[in-house]
Design a protein around this ligand. Structure first.
Ligand SMILES: [Zn+2]
Length: 100
């Protein structure tokens, strides 16, 4: 963490002021104050994710992938079941007789 104004590393967490900053806290955006120049502002905190959060994140990703696979499978099986149009049917018969 570095102060965006003076580049000092001596910054510390500041108290959240008001509803907006309370809300930003939920998105890892926390208020900080620079000890050297007195700057105060919101900084995005890195590595705020705990191991549990990472596990949750991976689990959500896996669930999304499974849902996508199921959706693709349903779409493909639905397409297979679709009756061919008369034009396609005559084309299939034509190809079959042509091959045989
Ligand atoms: Zn500073």
């Amino acid at each position: 963490m570095k102060c965006p104004k003076c580049g000092s590393k001596r910054i510390k967490r500041s108290q959240s002021r008001g509803f907006k900053e309370q809300l930003q806290k939920l998105f890892n955006q926390k208020p900080y104050r620079c000890i050297d120049c007195g700057w105060r502002g919101i900084l995005k905190t890195k590595s705020a994710r705990t191991k549990r959060d990472v596990k949750k994140y991976i689990l959500i990703k896996i669930i999304i992938i499974i849902i996508i696979i199921i959706a693709i499978y349903l779409i493909i099986s639905h397409l297979d079941r679709e009756e061919p149009t008369p034009d396609q049917q005559s084309a299939i018969i034509y190809t079959k007789t042509f091959i045989a």
